[in-house]
Design a protein around this ligand. Sequence first.
Ligand code: TXA
Ligand code: MG
Length: 322
Amino acid sequence: MPYFPPWTSVAEAAALLASGHIVAIPTETVYGLAGNALDPLALAKIFAAKGRPVFDPLIVHIADIDSLENVAQQIPESAYALARAFWPGPLTLVLPKQPCIPDLATSGLSTVAVRLPQHPIAQEIIRKAEVPLAAPSANLFKHVSPTTAEHVAAQLGSKIDGIVDGGPCTVGVESTIVAFEDDTPVILRPGAITPLMIESIIGKVKLKNSSSNPGEAMVSPGTMDTHYQPRIPLYYGALPKDFVIPTNTVRIAFGNTKSSIPASLNLSEIGNLTEATANLYAYMHQLDTPSNGFILVDPIPNEGLGIALNDRLRRASIKKLS
Ligand code: TXA
Ligand code: MG
């Protein structure tokens, strides 16, 4: 059954979450499908609603830095430095977990991913629920993350206990994930907190490539090559000279890139990466309809916030043009 608003209020959401239900909540990055991070039953409901395999661990959301030690331990000083610099905000830290965090939240890993979101509604809900909230992006497995409450309703409305509408997400892509491997900071997923911003606080940091290459262990399972895919084929990359553009092709432009295909939508006419990031998923949702046959996306500079955009677009793209 499709979900029809009225949306869930903050107070209702907190009460539902405190009693083991699952509710979609706004954050500044994308909407999250939240449940009590300490309750394995609530976590199981999250995996079931998303159709997400249980080997893909969840991010635990807290409302203040002091709560970090309730969910994580042996926290390196560099992690605290990043937390002080960028929390609340679009940064997730992977740290050794406290025993209270169920295996289902971490897919059996000894580490837990933790984030303090900036969205005031997210913070209020966590505070009122009085528990840390596990929340993956509120989309079906492998689908495009939601940046509005309507996106959530379309994908998950009939499968969850509520949706809080906090308006469109201001950032628009998922948080930057940083892990500490032998105390060396590694970016597992690029996001709005860029490598340069991280290096300005703690010095040199590695950027991990997609970990789903054959023969490589899956360190951060959500970083699979094909993630974030719309249902109709999207292609991101240079087109071969002899490529015949399929009928019903739509183009997502960036800035004033020249093309023989008219632009259906422009991520940012002035070529602004922040604006482009806030628009990307909404445009992918909007163009992902059967009347379109093929989505082409203009190249985006691979620097600053553009690193996260290129990462998501490469994963969303079909890998071969046939
Ligand atoms: O911005 C965000 O991070 C959003 C909002 C809702 O907070 N959440 C989000 O969650 O993007 P999700 O589940 O779609 O992505 C979480 C990513 C996955 O790639 C997962 O593999 C990784 O975090 N992850 C979670 N726990 C991990 C761990 N212990 N070690 C390494 N990667 C982990
Ligand atoms: Mg996700």
